[in-house]
Design a protein around this ligand. Structure first.
Ligand code: FAD
Length: 499
């Protein structure tokens, strides 16, 4: 056991896409700061950020029907979709800037163009999709979107999904070619490779065991080297808890008042994957359907073209499930261990309120392979079950907190929880997730580094030109930046923006 206290400016806990993004931003803005990363696994991007653990959708709300809701008067509320698209534009600009400056190379290793489509069946949902299309088409961020109920057109767009389908069934789809498939695992690895060249210390197989306030207001982090079993103590002025599902227990260890009355509910996921080239070749889109009644938003079914290790595959799901683990590599004691006196009533209230979700998850866990295939058949009527295999996806820990809506309210978004003095911050929740990492980390920096932000702002705007502006209010700037980022990242431009 070593008791020597090693001092540093910043500690990033976890080597996922969030720590990678924050580390890269901070290294650009404060190159003199010393940054250390501790990751308990053997390499970067192995948990939720790994390419097989998430769906790899560049979430820009181009196809996800749960981001647009129908109001009581029948009109469509697109505000959430616009916000998410705005946030994704920040990621695009940041990644494009890193590629242009040669800090990361070969964008096709981590981002590829792929049409994003929404897909519905039945008159009621066809009506909804038509209205949604009209509402989104008014906004410059969604230009280039097409709508069709015409079956011959749909056969061109999604032949695999139309083959063998009942000709009398009302169906409709929207399609936008400027969507993306993002390999967040590859992106995370590229960013950490870059950070290492900038002197950032990245320690794999190092697990954080405790975080305690230091007398000087900084933090003392207890780290176990999993190879030697040695325990080290590191002091940092700022700690980012980017441990994914493991963030909540570490946040609780800080004891900050902001960590009270917060709980987590783990939702696991399964995907069905088809790696047969002859099947994968027949589908070229990410097609998002409508969530089943009572299903939580993260269970919207979708059939996706994925590019992983340069190979095309199809992915369908996710099927939700339940394990008490907070990480795929976590422990069955995670959930119970996260219940503390400070969040007991919050957790109990959520338990009583969320019986519907619990029932849904239990039903999902009980699904047989044949039942999963029958859900897939709603997308691919002629599916052959021998073409598909099941893979276990990452864990999502949904945040439970007390809100004005009531005690123990389940949240489906991402939450940054930080100390009042900004010296420690944790990222909880998982949606829209990795796609909006840049927006989330900029928000975290505003909270934690309010004194430095004015002086950092010019550099942020150099890297992310639309920072501080809503692109939906500046269509020309959107067009210019969209084209420029498309060039840098080798993506599709949007022809229809030029109207
Ligand atoms: C099924 C599923 C589908 C998804 N689909 C999408 C999608 O299509 N598009 C999208 O944008 N997002 C998607 N997401 C969300 C996205 O994957 C996450 O938001 C993102 O990967 C989170 O990154 P992270 O860095 O916070 O966490 P992670 O990638 O999980 O990284 C956290 C790291 O911390 C490490 N760690 C944990 N505890 C400790 C400890 N005590 N000490 C040291 N290290 C520790 C872990 O080993 C891990 O490597 C999906 C997620 C899931 C689960």
């Amino acid at each position: 056991m070593s008791s020597v206290l090693k001092k540093t400016d910043v500690i990033l806990i976890g080597a996922g896409v969030m720590s990678a993004t924050l580390g890269t931003l901070l290294k650009e803005l404060a190159p003199e700061w010393e940054i250390k990363t501790f990751e308990k696994l053997a390499s970067a991007g192995e948990e939720s950020s790994n390419e097989w653990n998430n769906a790899g959708t560049g979430h820009a709300a181009l196809c996800e029907l749960n981001y647009t809701t129908e109001k009581a008067d029948g009109s469509i509320d697109i505000s959430k979709a616009v916000n998410i698209n705005e946030q994704f534009q920040l990621s695009r600009q940041f990644w494009a800037d890193l590629v242009r400056r040669g800090l990361i190379s070969n964008p096709d290793q981590f981002i590829r163009p792929i049409p994003h489509m929404s897909w519905v069946t039945g008159e009621k949902d066809v009506d909804f999709l038509g209205k949604r299309f009209k509402a989104l088409s008014q906004n410059p961020l969604f230009q280039g979107m097409e709508y069709s109920e015409d079956k011959s057109r749909l056969k061109e767009w999604i032949p695999l999904m139309m083959q063998g389908r009942d000709e009398n069934e009302p169906v409709a789809a929207t399609k936008i070619d400027s969507g993306t498939d993002v390999n967040f695992g590859a992106l995370t690895r590229l960013l950490f490779d870059h950070l290492k060249t900038k002197g950032v210390e990245v320690n794999y197989r190092h697990s954080i065991k405790d975080i305690k306030r230091a007398p000087d207001g900084g933090w003392i982090v207890k780290v176990q080297n999993l190879d030697s079993n040695r325990v080290e103590r590191h002091h940092a002025k700022f700690v980012f808890i980017g441990a994914g599902g493991g963030s909540l227990p570490l946040l609780q260890k800080t004891g900050i008042p902001e960590s009270r009355h917060i709980g987590g509910f783990p939702v696991s996921g399964l995907f069905m994957v088809c790696k047969k080239p002859e099947v994968a070749e027949k589908h070229h889109a990410k097609v998002y359907g409508k969530a089943k009644l009572g299903a939580p938003p993260m269970s919207v079914p979708h059939l996706d073209t994925r590019y992983i290790d340069g190979k095309k595959a199809l992915l369908f799901g996710p099927f939700a499930g339940f394990t008490p683990k907070f990480l795929k590599t976590g422990s069955n004691m995670d959930l119970i261990g996260s219940v503390k006196p400070s969040n007991l009533f919050t957790m109990l209230a959520a338990g009583a309120k969320e019986m519907g979700l619990t029932k849904y998850l239990v039903q999902q866990v009980m699904l047989s392979n044949a039942q999963r295939i029958s859900e897939l058949r709603e997308f691919i009527p002629d599916v052959k079950d021998e073409d598909w295999e099941v893979v276990t996806a990452g864990q999502r820990v949904q945040v439970i907190k007390d809100t004005p809506q009531g005690k123990g309210t389940l949240q489906f978004g991402t939450e940054v929880v930080s100390a009042a003095d900004g010296s420690v911050a944790a990222l909880l929740g998982a949606s829209p997730g990795a796609s909006t990492a840049v927006h989330v980390m900029l928000e975290l920096m505003q909270r934690c580094f309010p004194q430095q932000m004015p002086q950092w702002e010019p550099k942020i705007k150099e890297m992310i030109p639309s920072y501080g502006k809503r692109l939906s209010d500046h269509p020309e700037l959107f067009q210019e930046l969209f084209d420029a980022t498309a060039d840098a990242l080798k993506l599709e431009k949007i022809a229809a923006v030029r109207r």
